[in-house]
Design a protein around this ligand. Structure first.
Ligand code: CMX
Length: 442
């Protein structure tokens, strides 16, 4: 058995036994209450899922297995000569709960290199689509087309014990993650560079090879991709892409179907697509103002205009966070270290200075601060990736690390089909009427 799989199995078996014992005693224990506001309000804050790989605190932001983003930048192994963490190392950490050594991280890089081959039919499926098909549509279709390779689906059809589901799920997760950069780079090059594809470089790590296949030559872009693919990987289980992956996976759909479900959720403008919307909004502002260096006053006016049109300010607000997103801060730090005098980056920073006060002034926005998507596009533009409709694919490649390691855990812990209860508004009205009658009687 390979070393990562072995470590995962040991951890998972121990936790599975622990959970079994815990539920035997505490199954009936209440961990919260559901109010009507939650039922109508997108289930905000309702504790209803186990997600081992990361946890989101409204104030502190994301922690992956207990480590904050600054801690990950300090503790995870890096590529030689680089200071950004390797996403391979984060995957090991999320799957096992242990920080990997450099040797273990390199082992994951090698595994993903060996598993990276994409079947010809996936490229044929992509080539059959019009070139102006949105990159997220292409990405989702490509992932589903890869489902023919599912080890889980094959073993399930042959007959497999439910105690062994985790094993082919791990194989699928490793294979799918390994293949994503090639698929995603293919989509970028066919859509924006006339199909002039770039072969993989087997000497590079997973993120650097992706950067290479996208066609950006600047070596700092490789560092950016290592950071980018690390910080977007996971945001606990309730966010739409993670939850969608989890829900689809709970039916015993394999990693391919499950991830495609998650990617379809990521493609919404209130979630991952916000990263394209931010740059689109900034480009439109620049065009409408006729300057690449708008003043803070001009930005304020444009923000107010956007709000008066009944639109949201993309890249700002969050369903859980109540402080600036540490993923925004990490990208800002990267830009401060690597990028000098970029007009677009300066616009992002000036937006940070003016937008929160305007949103606070509306009196209804729970979090006026920037989220991860407020900064990413400006850095990509700096390195020449200006085609913003592609940005959510980059987010998706990263998000696969978190949601697929979490799916391995769901299988190992034997989680059942997800099936919450829905009610009609009529039911709610009846429920409230009965409550009122009871109060009157008493
Ligand atoms: N601009 C304008 N209004 C905003 C706003 C923003 N950035 N963020 C929230 N609001 C509004 C909401 O639309 C809502 O208005 P109504 O009561 O009129 O419907 C009100 O403030 C309350 O919303 P909330 O409780 O603060 O926020 P939610 O939890 O409902 O929604 C989110 C969170 C992210 C969908 C919302 O902040 C938003 O639409 N932001 C812009 C899109 C975005 O950046 N999404 C990316 C999030 C990160 C990610 O998943 O990648």
């Amino acid at each position: 058995m390979d070393p990562l799989k072995k470590q995962f199995q040991e951890k998972a078996t121990a936790l599975r036994d622990e959970v079994k014992a815990l539920l035997k005693v505490h199954r009936e224990k209440k961990v919260g209450e559901v109010q009507l506001g939650n039922v109508f309000g997108g289930m905000r804050g309702v504790k209803s899922m186990i997600w081992e790989t990361s946890n989101l605190d409204p104030i502190e932001g994301i922690r992956f297995r207990g480590y904050s983003i600054p801690e990950l930048r300090e503790k995870l192994p890096t590529a030689e000569g680089d200071k950004e963490p390797l996403p391979e190392a984060l995957f090991w950490l999320m799957l096992t709960g242990d920080l990997p050594t450099k040797e273990q991280t390199d082992w994951v890089s090698q595994q993903w290199r060996e598993r990276a081959e994409v079947p010809a039919h996936t490229f044929a499926v992509l080539d059959a689509l019009p070139e102006d098909t949105h990159p997220m549509t292409q990405f989702s279709i490509a992932i589903v087309s890869l489902q023919s390779e599912s080890v889980f689906a094959k073993r399930y059809s042959e007959g497999i014990s439910k105690y062994d589901y985790w094993d082919p799920t791990y194989e699928d997760a490793m294979n799918l993650i390994a293949r994503l950069p090639k698929v995603a780079a293919y989509i970028y090059r066919r859509t924006f560079h006339g199909g002039d594809h770039i072969a993989a470089d087997p000497t590079l790590d997973w993120a650097a090879n992706f950067a290479h296949m996208l066609g950006v030559k600047d070596k700092d872009f490789k560092s950016l991709m290592r950071l980018y693919l690390t910080i977007h990987a996971d945001h606990e289980g309730g966010n739409a892409s993670a939850h969608a992956t989890h829900l689809v996976g709970s039916t015993l759909s394999d990693c391919y179907f499950s991830l495609a479900g998650g990617m379809n959720a990521l493609a919404g403008p209130l979630h991952g697509l916000a990263n394209q919307e931010v740059i689109k909004w900034i480009f439109e502002m620049i065009e409408s103002l006729g300057t690449r260096q708008p003043s803070k006053e001009q930005i304020k006016e444009y923000v107010n205009k956007t709000l008066s049109e009944g639109k949201v300010i993309p890249g700002y607000g969050h369903a859980v966070l109540r402080e600036p997103d540490p993923r925004f801060t990490a990208q800002r730090k990267f830009a401060e270290d690597y990028i000098k005098n970029s007009d677009i980056v300066n616009v992002v920073w000036n937006c940070f200075d003016v937008i929160p006060d305007i949103l606070k002034g509306l009196g209804k926005v729970k979090n006026p601060w920037p989220n991860v998507d407020a900064h990413s596009g400006a850095i990509l533009v700096h390195y020449g990736i200006k085609e913003y409709s592609y940005y959510t694919v980059l987010f998706g490649v990263s998000r696969a690390l978190g949601v697929l390691s979490a799916l391995c855990w769901s299988r190992a812990l034997g989680f059942p089909l997800e099936r919450p209860k829905s009610v009609t508004t009529e039911w709610v009205k009846e429920f409230l009427k009965k409550e009122e009658e009871e109060i009157t009687i008493n």
